[in-house]
Design a protein around this ligand. Structure first.
Ligand code: GMT
Length: 374
């Protein structure tokens, strides 16, 4: 198949999933065309089946807000025509689904039918998309898609409850490339961070309010009093500076390190003992799956799709959002030397259920179904 993929080219989960999906499809012999405003973060190598088309957004003094959606629709039209695409797969509803709808209408005028599949990722539904500023366009463009997928059952339910969706939504969970995400031997790195064999706790995110980084800090503040431990915070975002100030106020900076945005996250996860994700809302929790693949057990909230990934008492524990005490209690249990090896083993076993080799065929057969019916 010749597939066009539209996504945000950033570190965010939806962009990562879209890029990894494109890479896996290309490996399986499909021709994949990325249509984005800059080179996707994880698309930094050559493959004969992968193409990259940059959306050009000309500026003009009149534009306070350059019309990105129009430029994106136009680029979709150009690529469908020049590459002869079979379908467009857009990730994150806003604004990709509505831009794809417009491209589809333009192409229809030229007698070309291009099926559009929209994958819903989370905040496009649970946070941003349901805002009345976007809701009518999101509802319309999801309903106009030829296929709709969601990354968890929870997100599918949220979509039906927040929007008036009249079509079926296929759940295809996120996946992991175990060739990249596996526990590597990085003893020198562990020794540098934990010179006295402390336990290493990791959190990675975009430091937005929804991630509840204050809870990460409060969990760690209590945990480090129970057992020698260090905390690594990976990523960047609006809450980072405030959280750094909080750590300073709590006199924690000797035990907490901020690493910023990292490409080789698997290297950090390879030396971690526990991963924290106390999010307010999380449609799937891709970062938690990356941790599992590196044999790192989880302490998560029970928000959104997290119970579909983290198995209570097996791969880690789930607590109510904001229940820091419960999270500390469970973290200490996991980190006990008697328990940790079993949790690590279970983490890897669970990650294998989301191996890209298992999930990719779901996308391929869904593409075929949509192509046949449209
Ligand atoms: O985690 C984020 O806030 C980024 C966001 C995104 O849209 O890139 O991630 C969402 O999509 C990921 C990939 O499907 C999911 O794993 C995340 O759970 C989801 N985030 C939220 O629902 C908050």
């Amino acid at each position: 198949m010749k597939i066009g993929i539209v996504c945000y080219p950033t570190f965010g989960g939806s962009g990562v999933v879209a890029t990894e999906l494109g890479k896996a499809l290309a490996k399986a012999g499909h021709q994949v065309h990325f249509i984005t405003y800059s080179q996707p973060q994880r698309l930094d190598f050559f493959n004969e089946n992968l193409y990259y088309h940059e959306v050009n957004i000309p500026s003009y003094p009149l534009f306070q807000y350059p019309p990105y959606e129009s430029a994106l629709s136009s680029e979709m039209v150009h690529v469908v025509l020049s590459a002869g695409l079979d379908l467009l797969h857009v990730h994150y509803a806003i604004p990709h689904a509505s831009s794809a709808y417009l491209a589809k209408q333009i192409l229809a005028q030229q007698g070309i039918n291009i099926p559009v599949i929209t994958t819903l990722h989370g905040t496009d539904i649970t946070l941003v998309g349901k805002d009345s500023s976007y809701e009518p366009v999101v509802t319309f463009s999801i309903n106009q898609s030829d296929g709709i997928t969601a990354v968890s059952d929870s997100l599918k339910k949220d979509t039906y409850s927040h929007f008036n969706i009249t079509k079926d939504i296929e759940v295809i969970p996120n996946f992991i490339d175990l060739d990249r995400f596996n526990r590597q031997k990085k003893d020198h790195f562990k020794l540098a961070i934990c010179p006295n064999n402390e336990k290493l706790i990791v959190h990675t995110s975009n430091f937005r309010k929804v991630k509840r980084i204050d809870d990460v800090i409060m969990i760690f503040e209590k945990l480090r009093k129970l057992l020698p431990s260090k905390l690594l915070l990976v990523g960047d975002g609006p809450d980072r500076a405030r959280i750094e100030r909080l750590c300073k106020e709590l006199d924690m900076l000797s035990d907490v390190r901020f690493l910023g945005k990292l490409d080789a996250i698997e290297e950090v996860l390879s030396v971690a003992d526990l991963f924290l994700m106390p999010s307010e809302s999380e449609s799937f929790g891709l970062a938690a799956l990356e941790a599992l693949a590196c044999e790192v057990p989880l302490i998560t909230s029970n928000a959104g799709g997290l119970p579909e990934l983290n198995i209570h008492g097996v791969t880690g524990f789930l607590s109510d959002v904001g229940d820091v005490e419960d999270m500390v209690k469970h973290a200490a249990f996991i980190l006990d030397d008697e328990n940790l090896p079993t949790f690590k083993e279970n983490a890897l076993a669970r990650a294998k259920e989301f191996d890209v080799a298992k999930i990719l065929p779901h996308y391929e057969s869904y593409y075929e179904r949509v192509l046949e019916s449209s």
